[in-house]
Design a protein around this ligand. Structure first.
Ligand code: HSE
Length: 409
């Protein structure tokens, strides 16, 4: 029998406990051993559960119990999760976590401790919920040089945008539904302002390119500025708006990393990823594009990935799974690169015809402009060009009127 401890009994933690209990036979067969939840750490009381007797409030009971070989951290947040996880690894216990905030902030350090202690630190559930993506990225695509990753990495915002696009639902109502479904973070600002997707970009980039990327290095913008009009203009150009997380290898060995609302062309497969689903497109130099798709949030899907990691730890109690990246550094991420882009620009002006002629002068006569007379708004897509050149022109427009810029994919 292998004793494990769960730290946290929220949406994901309760899902993990239920899967371990309800799928005991399958899991135990797979591990060739019985997995026993010995403790569940949570400050709240959970009476009337079949496993209510396992709840504790004192972390030291887990740390000091030598029978506990695997600890599952599903509390979320950096503190106190970081101290707890670090102490468990230092004590020679393997740790499984779904905590993307923790891995994005402290991953390099925690992986190093796990390596030194010859234990495992696994976090498949931290990116893409129930989608197997980290393991395949590291193992199945190991022969590739990864060129770029683009993905829909946040279920809540994808759900909200989809409701706005398909049902014309307003932002607040859609967010409330996402919360009721258990998709949103405790503080949904992390979802709608892009921080959750940013943390996932950090983890994917670290695994793909070998160096820690810190959240503050990722250029991050959420979806709170996206209006139903933007969605409508995008539709007229044959695009949909998605929150896209992206990491690209640059020719000089640095990377670019961003999270931003992006117009995705309808013939791009990512444009069809709806609701709480996530999709991560990885481009390898040997495979070309590989797509990972599935439920990116929610109790069962996320718990499924956590339990798979527990099984993996149980099968490798005395050997290490290879997951590693180096510390990052300040100038590793360069978001001012000279990549080529095509921008969506929405302009507000009381003098629509004057602005129209300015747009044509700056961006070319062939630019197709949508005019919304009722709102004094114009929207257009630029031709593809170097980003710095497009931004120089956009800034000239900005000097005379209000503009909103979005990238395209
Ligand atoms: N709040 C996250 C999301 C949960 O909506 O994707 C899964 O990481």
């Amino acid at each position: 029998m292998i004793d494990i401890a769960l730290m946290g009994h929220g949406v994901v933690g309760s899902g993990v406990a239920e899967i371990i209990i309800n799928h005991a036979e399958r899991i135990n067969n797979s591990c060739k051993n019985n997995i026993n939840i010995k403790y569940i750490l949570d400050l709240r009381k959970f009476d009337n559960l079949p496993y209510s007797d396992k709840f504790i409030t004192d972390f030291s009971a887990i740390l000091e119990d030598n029978d506990i070989r695997i600890v599952v951290e599903v509390m979320g947040g950096v503190n106190p999760a970081y101290e707890f996880v670090r102490s468990c690894l230092l004590a020679g216990k393997s740790v499984v976590t779904s905590n993307k905030e923790l891995v994005a902030a402290k991953g390099a350090e925690l992986i190093k401790i796990a390596r030194d202690k010859n234990v495992n630190f696994l976090f498949e559930a931290s990116v893409g919920g129930g989608i197997p993506v980290l393991r395949p990225l590291v193992q199945c695509l190991a022969a590739n040089e990864i060129k770029e990753i683009n993905g829909i990495l946040n279920g809540t915002t994808n759900y909200i945008l989809n409701k706005m696009i398909v049902d014309n639902m307003d932002f607040e109502t859609a967010l409330k539904l996402a919360q009721e479904n258990g998709y949103a973070e405790k503080n949904p600002a992390a979802d709608i302002e892009g921080h959750d997707a940013c943390r996932k970009v950090c983890i994917l980039a670290a695994l793909a390119f070998g160096k820690h990327v810190y959240p503050e290095q990722v250029s991050t913008e959420g979806i709170t500025n996206i209006s139903l009009d933007d969605i409508d203009y995008a539709d007229k150009f044959n695009y949909v708006i998605k929150l896209i997380g992206s990491a690209k290898k640059l020719p000089d060995g640095k990377i670019s990393a961003s999270v931003r609302p992006t117009l995705v062309r309808r013939d791009n497969i990512l444009s069809n990823v709806d609701g709480v689903f996530n999709a991560i497109m990885v481009n390898g130099d040997q495979t070309g594009d590989v797509l990972f798709y599935g439920k990116g949030a929610g109790k069962e899907a996320t718990a499924s990935a956590v339990v798979a990691d527990i099984i993996d730890c149980a099968k490798h109690l005395d050997s290490r799974k290879y997951l590693y990246w180096d510390d990052g550094n300040d100038d590793y991420v360069d978001n001012n690169s000279t990549l080529k882009s095509k921008l969506y620009i929405c302009v507000k002006s009381n003098d629509v015809s004057d602005v129209k002629s300015q747009i044509k002068k700056l961006f070319g006569d062939d630019i197709f402009i949508i005019t919304n007379e009722f709102k004094n708004e114009l929207a257009f897509l630029t031709n593809t060009d170097f980003e710095d050149s497009l931004y120089t022109k956009a800034n000239q427009l900005k000097s005379i009127t209000d503009i909103k810029i979005l990238h395209t994919l």
